[in-house]
Ligand binder design. Structure first.
Ligand code: ADP
Ligand code: MG
Length: 625
């Protein structure tokens, strides 16, 4: 082995850089946080391509004196921490004095800065951490940092970058996380000159949530507040009805810093324990405020992991705050942004939108093959909350029509506890034909959710969504790998998260077997031309998100199991929903399926029906004892 020697500082910087600067998004994070620390009110984050070639962050903060502008790039150069005592109570985002050194070691940096009140500013040019030029410059007060050609001198790292699309998405998400943490600061994010988001900086969390997470998500949030042992919690959590297929929309902040924390995740999810189905996750924007001494942020260079000195107190603070928000659902106000915010945010952030014919033409996709001619759709008679007009939908003939309906391989035997005094419908007769159906009468539908059927001496309550979901699931399974599809006359665009986009790309064949016809459209959007029959266009984005999550989680499972899991999603998204109007014919069909014994449990194992006998009722009313 060769003799030990101390690394050249330049090489050491390049190695250390790897800890702080993993990808372009790390640069976005460090520069934005520096702008926060500089007391900026307005910040603009701009990137080109995936960010590796160009990132610019402009702020109107305190700026730097000429003598500091060069020093800032030295390792451990910081204006924020003086001695070890400061480490106990860090109030700024940065403190290690590492970021600029790390970033400049692996890129070409141009810094232009002017301290508030100074007559002129300074420009510093660096390459691979070395100052190439430093000169006075005319510039506004504040700081502009441009980082070009990230990793140009470390090809090994460059090789690990993902596609521009993924890197840009990560940059935008990082900037968004920063912005959501600071409602008092206005952050604008542009990619290739196009605005990705803009937070108003009016100091209101609700404006921030509305502008950054979008109108749709904001409308399903519940205000949340609580305090426990010096830990203050404020923010918003999603209503149980708006559960997500993954945890991506969980934003936690501790003293203004975005953090990832299994503890907080667990506390939040615990609060939803009996209100969200397994596999669904709450969304949140939760802000924890506590003494800086009660939390250690110096665990990892990226500072997204923290250590709480009293985990139980923090857990309880979040758990009870979320719980009380849920308990007060209906009473607690959902996000109500100011008119200004609404106007500003509305056209920009809609998770999915319907393309107009005009959009479609302009997009250059007009040359794409027109939807195949098909028979017109059988229009659902009842109005549905759909973004598409019904005439926009058309059925496509199934590739292989399902002739025989197969029963699920084995009857479900989930352990379900029925409410006292009732028993779950248990019809031992499988495969009963229609003419074997017992005489019955649909008495009505309660709360647009439960179908009430009188059948002999029994009253049967049917959860129409659960039952329909099971019917769909069995039907889909019987179609094997050729799910009936419907073409959309006007395609819909969706914007999946970067990781999802990759999965969509890899699983094209599977998606087309499911009835989806979709392809990338532009940098980040996907265009959807067909979807599984019966699914509402408004469900596409959610369905794809759930499918991707199942593909991810299912990597260790067998192919068949994953396919079944995915069919659950399709069945659920194509099922009539509680709260929707349902036609008498549809209700009758559901009642028949349940009475025949074919449909007993929804694909998640919940019962679809509860049966009350005359005896049960008589007992309840004390007619008999
Ligand atoms: P840290 O943020 O941990 O102090 P950095 O390497 O990120 O370390 O920054 C080094 C120093 O450069 C900061 O402490 C600060 O004094 C100065 N600085 C960096 N960015 C800005 C900015 N946008 N405005 C004013 N000063 C800045
Ligand atoms: Mg910093």
């Amino acid at each position: 082995m060769a003799l030990i020697h101390i690394l050249d500082p330049h090489v050491a910087d390049m190695i250390a850089a790897g800890e702080v600067v993993e990808r372009p998004a790390s640069v976005v994070k460090e520069l934005t946080e520096n702008a926060f620390d500089a007391g900026a009110k307005n910040i603009t984050v701009e990137l080109r391509g995936g960010g590796a070639t160009y990132i610019r962050v402009t702020d109107d903060g305190c700026g730097m004196a000429p003598e500091d502008a060069g020093v800032a790039f030295l390792r451990h150069a910081t204006s924020k921490l003086r001695d070890e005592r400061g480490l106990e109570s860090i109030a700024t985002m940065g403190f290690r004095g590492e970021a600029l050194a790390a970033i400049s070691a692996v890129s070409r940096v141009e810094l232009t800065t002017r301290r508030r009140g100074d007559a002129e500013g300074t420009r510093v040019l660096l390459e691979a951490g070395e100052i190439k030029d430093m000169l006075p410059a005319g510039c506004p007060e504040g700081t502009t940092m441009i980082v070009r050609d990230l990793f140009y001198n470390t090809p090994a790292r460059l090789k690990f970058l993902k596609s521009d699309r993924s890197e840009a998405a990560a940059c935008v998400l990082t900037a968004l996380r920063c912005a959501l943490g600071r409602p008092e600061i206005s952050v604008r994010c542009l990619r290739d000159g196009q605005e990705e988001f803009f937070s108003p900086g009016d100091g209101r969390i609700e404006s921030c949530v509305y502008a950054l997470l979008g109108r749709e998500a904001a409308s399903k949030m519940l205000a949340c507040a609580g305090e426990n042992g010096g830990v203050k919690v404020t923010g918003y959590v999603s209503s149980p009805a708006a559960g997500r297929g993954n945890r991506r929309e969980q934003y936690f902040y501790c003293n203004g810093r975005f953090i990832k924390s299994a503890l907080l995740q667990a506390a939040l999810e615990q609060a939803y324990k009996n209100t969200l189905l397994t596999g669904r996750y709450p969304a949140c924007a939760l802000y924890l405020d506590m003494s800086c001494a009660a939390v250690d942020v110096n665990v990892h260079p990226a500072k997204t992991e923290v250590k709480f000195s009293d985990e139980k107190t923090v857990f309880d603070a979040v758990y009870y705050a979320a719980l009380s928000a849920l308990a007060g659902e209906g009473r607690s106000a959902a996000v109500e942004p100011s008119a200004g915010t609404r106007q500003m945010a509305e056209p920009k952030k809609d998770f999915y939108r319907t393309m107009t014919a005009e959009d479609f033409r302009k997009s250059g996709y007009a040359a794409a093959p027109a939807p195949r001619p098909a028979a017109p759709v059988s229009v659902p008679a009842a109005p549905r909350p759909t973004a598409l007009r019904e005439e926009q939908l058309r059925f496509e003939l199934p590739v292989r029509p399902a002739e025989t309906v197969k029963m699920p391989e084995k009857p479900e035997t989930a352990g379900i506890s029925a409410p006292a005094g009732s028993k779950i419908v248990e019809n031992p007769v499988q495969n009963v034909e229609k003419f074997d159906l017992p005489d019955h009468k649909i008495v009505g539908e309660a709360m647009k959710t439960y179908l009430i059927v009188e059948c002999g001496e029994e009253l049967i309550l049917i959860d129409k969504h659960a039952a329909h979901e099971r019917m769909n699931f069995d039907r889909l399974r019987a179609q094997e790998r050729h799910i009936m599809a419907q073409s959309l006359l006007e395609p819909v665009t969706v914007r999946p998260a970067a990781e999802d986009a990759e999965l969509l790309e890899q699983n094209g064949a599977l998606l087309s077997e499911l009835g989806f016809e979709l392809e990338p459209f532009g940098e980040r959007d996907w265009i959807v031309r067909a979807l599984p029959a019966d699914m509402d266009a408004g469900e596409i984005a959610g369905a794809l998100e759930e499918i991707c999550e199942k593909l991810r989680r299912g990597r260790s499972l067998g192919e068949k199991q994953v396919w079944d899991e995915i069919l659950h999603t399709v069945a659920c998204k194509a099922a009539i929903k509680a709260g929707w109007d349902t036609t008498p014919e549809e209700l009758e069909r559901i009642a028949q399926e349940v009475l025949s014994g074919r449909v007993k449990y929804c694909p998640h194992g919940r019962p679809v029906a509860v049966r009350l006998s005359r005896k049960d009722l008589d007992k309840m009313f004390k007619r008999i004892v």
